[in-house]
Design a protein around this ligand. Sequence first.
Ligand SMILES: Cc1cc2nc3c(=O)[nH]c(=O)nc-3n(C[C@H](O)[C@H](O)[C@H](O)COP(=O)(O)OP(=O)(O)OC[C@H]3O[C@@H](n4cnc5c(N)ncnc54)[C@H](O)[C@@H]3O)c2cc1C
Length: 434
Amino acid sequence: MLQLPISIFWFRRDLRLHDNAALYHSLKAGLPVLPIFIFDTEILNKLENKSDARVQFIHQTLANIDRELQAYHSSLLLMHGSVIDILNTILTKFNVKKVYANHDYEPSAIARDEQVNIFLQSKNIEFHTFKDQVIFEKNEILSDTGNPYKVYTPYKNKWLQKVNDFYLKSYPVEKYVANFYQSTPFALPTLAAIGFRPSHIQIPSTRINENLLKEYDLRRDYPEQAATSLLGIHLRFGTLSVRQMASKAQAINATWLSEFIWREFFMQLLFHFPYVQKEPFNRKFLKLGWRYDEKDFEKWCNGNTGYPLVDAGMRELNATGHMHNRVRMVVASFLTKHLLIDWTWGEAYFAQRLLDYDLAANNGNWQWSAGTGADAQPFFRIFNPTLQQERFDPHFKYIKKWVPEYGTFNYVAPMIDHKFATDRAKQAFKNIQD
Ligand SMILES: Cc1cc2nc3c(=O)[nH]c(=O)nc-3n(C[C@H](O)[C@H](O)[C@H](O)COP(=O)(O)OP(=O)(O)OC[C@H]3O[C@@H](n4cnc5c(N)ncnc54)[C@H](O)[C@@H]3O)c2cc1C
């Protein structure tokens, strides 16, 4: 046992050394700080695709962080296993007094952190956690009657009323880098050692085109213009600071800022109503007679529905790990209403494929699209995929990019008639009203 008392900073979905709340507090507190990351087998074992681009992205990001730490004569301790086992192993090698981490609001992460807390308490180690991945968390935005908001617009108004420089201020980690635990470099396990292979999918950069984003409100709905930030994956894994990005959004474009507020709206919904992870927010939809048709689902997954905007979106997702938001809404509506397939199937497919997959945002948006959610699109409002194409891809530019055979004899016929499908969906919805 090395006797030097130290703190641990545990990276989770905050993979950066700058403007990081818990990292800042750990370094400022004075004990040498050993940064760690755990490749949690509970999470990794559930990933079917062993060349998952997100795992490679995390691995690469951690290697970069380790290089940065070496400039401060420190290093990242990167471990692979189950969390309690790993923490136990670390405690046999280091004299740990405190563990620091940032909050995570997903039900499984909350349960894990409760277990970790009990374990650390049993060893007389303090566990300090902080808000980092959102501007407002937990009960910070409540209605005047003290309840969590279930409707976006009043939530957004409260959020905008409350936000100020205090909440957007960066944590100056750089002031305390001398307090990192001094060590020669630890060996980083390779991607192969944790059971994964490289992916060919490109990760969008952290750079944003501010001129384009100034026109976000005018351009965001047209997939072919690619006028959104593509920051989703960086906000998901914390490779960018949400405080710095929300400050930029505040300065650049109010509609863009409102997307950050949607993100927090869904995070607080999941936090306050964790049952939404498994069930419809609006429980009356438990009775809806969903279809569980695997063949239809497969056509949707592969982008072979015969509705070109739906097919373009699904093929973009399959090829790049991204899909434009307008098109996500169209494909989700098509699956849940035209095909009447349970939204949880679509949600799970997106979870496997999206680079920016986030439980709260994905679940919230799927439930919005399916009509089962808080403040959702009413079930009987059904996007017409043809009209959506006429409005948002009038010159077929996006469609031609992803469905090159569109307009030739090789393109499949529509798998279902629009009128038949919408009548069927409305009837299914009517049946649960009685
Ligand atoms: C069915 C469906 C599933 C979705 N699944 C996810 C998901 O798993 N993860 C995810 O981050 N977003 C999800 N979204 C929301 C949205 O489509 C993406 O956030 C957006 O397309 C990402 O592109 P961008 O990074 O260029 O975002 P921008 O348009 O530049 O917006 C900036 C950031 O705001 C946040 N944001 C934007 N729109 C939303 C929204 N509607 N809800 C919550 N946050 C938002 C994201 O963090 C995004 O990166 C989903 C939408 C739908 C309709």
